[in-house]
Design a protein around this ligand. Structure first.
Ligand code: NAD
Ligand code: UDP
Ligand code: UDP
Length: 317
């Protein structure tokens, strides 16, 4: 039953004060949705929401999704979860709780409201992959007891819960597996490679390459990713995912460091640091499904997206 007289779609975005969530909220408001942002501000900040704060269709609720939440909504985007290794390893038990208890609560809420629900899963479900590039059918190579496990296994369990609620209760689910994404509103001190390299290069400080720098990642610009989110959410109910969304252009960490140094005109030197435990050697999405079923593909090359991200980071130097 519809519980409000508004003809607008009421959309809940958990983790909306974070990097990806805040960009998603911008796009949803732009197209006329009512948005409720729920966030405990663990890694997110109100600053990311400044542009929407006074928007009449926007509302913010400080709340931790490991606790039940009773609101009335038509759609849920579940993004709440720290994403950078230093953040999710800071309180690993809370990280697993956020993924698992958070998913249960949001699925329970979606079930009661009859809402369609979207889960921000991750390429980390593939772990340190033995198959390259990674298609959705690959089950992954994840260490269940290592320092990254709270995140990887939490996200895997959340996927399990989404598919069980779908099978058991006939709910409409959408699961996206996000590959490394970058852009404005990344936290400057979150320890991820793009923010680290840009901040170090802007300050002419040493660029910290972990290991020999030959490991690869495939970086997607945030606007491309959010366009993919909305396409998946709006797709026919049969398309549950999981769907990989990411940019297949693959770079070594040395190539990324050199690009940041060149674009900034920095005098930074490259220094080597130990490789963290369980650090995946390579990562590249197979996006055939996103191309075929959603008509989505990335449009912003790393050179261009990096330049926009550098412009944003200048304010922190
Ligand atoms: P982020 O840290 O900027 O945002 C996460 C948000 O969730 C923050 O605002 C944080 O305060 C909030 N949050 C954390 N725990 C919460 C809880 N228990 N209750 C309520 N709010 C909580 O990270 P992001 O990069 O925007 O990532 C968003 C989502 O996308 C995450 O689920 C992440 O796992 C996923 N993801 C991101 C990437 C990426 O490259 N950025 C890659 C794969 C998956
Ligand atoms: N829940 C919630 N909001 C709601 C409905 C449910 O937060 O509007 C939570 C509640 O904590 C519940 C969980 O979601 O335990 C799972 O709900 P479900 O209906 O699947 O299971 P049950 O109520 O039987 O535990
Ligand atoms: N990395 C690096 N220097 C840094 C931060 C990260 O060389 O200052 C490496 C890290 O070891 C990993 C890659 O960059 O191989 C991507 O790391 P990030 O934490 O951004 O993401 P994830 O490992 O979760 O993909």
């Amino acid at each position: 039953m519809k519980r409000s007289y508004s003809a607008r779609r009421r959309v809940l975005v958990t983790g909306g004060a974070g990097f990806l969530g805040s960009h998603l909220i911008g796009k949803l408001l732009e197209r006329g949705d009512e948005v409720l942002c729920v966030d405990n501000l663990f890694t997110g900040t109100r600053d990311n929401l400044i542009d929407y704060r006074d928007h009449p269709q926007f509302e913010f609720l400080r709340h931790d999704i490991t606790w039940p939440l009773y609101v009335e909504v038509d759609q849920i985007y579940n993004l709440a979860c720290p994403a950078s290794p230093i953040h999710y390893q800071h309180d690993p038990v809370q990280t697993t709780k956020t993924s698992v208890l958070g998913a249960i609560n949001m699925l329970g809420l979606a079930k009661r409201c009859g809402a369609r629900i979207f889960q921000a899963s991750t390429s980390e479900v593939y772990g340190d992959p033995h198959v390259h590039p990674q298609p959705e059918g690959y089950w992954g190579n994840v260490n269940p007891i290592g320092p990254r496990s709270c995140y990887d296994e939490g996200k895997r369990c959340a996927e399990t819960l989404f598919f069980d609620y779908h099978r058991q209760h006939g709910m409409e689910i959408k699961v996206v597996r996000i590959f490394n994404t970058y852009g404005p509103r990344m936290h400057p001190a979150d320890g991820r490679v793009v923010s680290n390299f840009i901040m170090q290069a802007l300050k002419n400080e040493p660029i910290t390459i972990y290991g020999d720098g030959s490991q690869t990642r495939s970086f997607c610009y945030v606007d491309d990713l959010i366009a993919g989110f909305i396409k998946l959410m709006d797709s026919p109910a049969e398309l549950t995912g999981p769907v990989n969304i990411g940019n297949p252009s693959e770079f070594t960490m040395i190539e990324l460091a050199e690009m940041a140094i060149r674009q900034i005109g920095s005098t930074s030197e490259i220094v080597r640091m130990p490789l963290p435990a369980d650090d995946p050697k390579q990562r590249q999405p197979d996006i055939a499904q996103a191309r075929d079923k959603l008509g989505w593909e990335p449009t912003v090359p790393l050179e261009q997206g990096l330049a926009r991200t550098i412009d944003y980071f200048r304010r922190f130097v």
